[in-house]
Design a protein around this ligand. Structure first.
Ligand code: SF4
Length: 329
């Protein structure tokens, strides 16, 4: 079963969403997940049409509110695998509040944030991740906003699982999704996604021949080196990290990636290597640590409350029906 539906897919030709959909369909089948145990919740935007195109349960919900709806589902239906599909506008503008609280609470869900750095559905306005100076229909003289660094937001909220992948990198995306699905708590995955209609070529530097010079792939337990011949390496610099030519540093100075470091500062420093430009875009799993989940905590409290305070049926009945005689004055 590959979770294909008979729904007509209504994304523009060449949209990166197609590749992500194909990868997710294939990956879910590989994991042996059943459609009756899967729930995809989306907000509003091009990416949020995703639930229509999977043979599973889904809610195309309210702008920016998918994490709140998914939280309710995760608490009340622990038998479900709950997924949120959102975009940079949906999650980081109107929904910024809901996103960070889901992350800090560590609700048991997987959030896929398709970042195309533009509002596609409304035809090309700048988004919270658009670069400074970007000319769009709503910024004809160039954006004066400083954009969010998506991974920095997630790690600042102490996400227990945070990762980034490219839409066109099927193997890398599948690997990240597999780990995200297995993680207990909120898994946050940013997927850099092409919008060829309103932001064409925005990630071209990561796809061309010299992509190796820009992509910094993370592998747990391995030194962080990249480039065609591993000619670049990541080392400590004060409180942060920096990229240097490999032949200018000792092997022992190169950072060995540890996704399980409890302190989020290290993963945060990694996220700062990818700023507005595409010079060094870190991909893979930044952080994967264990912390109690919100939904487990709520369910445990409900169980305790039931045990300690059995409901008095007479009192409950009187609350439900009210006094037998009503006095009208
Ligand atoms: Fe994809 Fe952009 Fe078209 Fe939306 S507007 S469907 S993001 S190509």
């Amino acid at each position: 079963k590959d979770f294909t539906t008979d729904q007509e897919v209504r994304w523009c030709p060449g949209c990166g969403d197609y590749v992500i959909l194909a990868t997710v369909r294939g990956f879910l089948a590989e994991l042996g997940l059943r459609r009756e145990n899967l729930m995809f919740v989306s907000g509003i935007g091009c990416s949020s049409r995703f639930p229509y195109y999977l043979e599973a349960y889904g809610i195309h919900s309210i702008h920016g509110r998918a994490p709140a709806i998914a939280t309710g589902l995760a608490v009340t239906r622990p038998d479900l695998s709950v997924w949120v599909v959102t975009g940079d506008g949906d999650a980081l503008s109107i929904g910024g509040n809901h996103l960070v609280h889901a992350l800090r609470r560590n609700v048991n869900m997987t959030i896929l944030l398709f970042n195309n750095r533009i509002y596609g559905l409304t035809k090309g306005q700048y988004s919270p991740t658009s670069e400074e100076g970007k000319v769009t229909k709503s910024t004809p003289m160039g954006s004066v906003d400083h954009p969010f660094n998506t991974l920095s937001i997630a790690l600042g909220a102490e996400a227990t699982f945070a990762a980034r992948a490219l839409d066109s990198d099927r193997a890398g995306l599948s690997e990240v999704l597999r780990a995200a699905a297995e993680h207990r708590g909120t898994s946050f995955v940013e997927i850099l996604q092409d919008c060829p209609i309103f932001n064409d070529g925005s990630f071209d530097a990561l796809r061309r021949d010299n992509a190796a010079a820009h992509l910094v792939p993370l592998h747990h337990g391995q030194p962080i080196r990249f480039g065609t011949d591993n000619e670049f390496a990541v080392v400590r610099n004060g409180f942060g990290l920096e990229v240097v030519p490999t032949d200018t540093v000792a092997e022992s100075d190169i950072i060995v990636h540890d996704a399980h470091t409890d302190n989020p500062e290290y993963a945060y420093a990694l996220s700062r290597l990818s700023d507005q430009g595409l010079d060094h875009v870190v991909t893979g799993i930044f952080r994967s640590v264990t912390r109690p989940t919100y939904d487990d905590g709520v369910r445990a409290q409900i169980a305790t409350a039931r045990e300690r305070k059995p409901v008095d049926q007479d009192s409950l009945q009187s609350l439900l029906t009210g006094p037998e005689t009503w006095t009208v004055s």
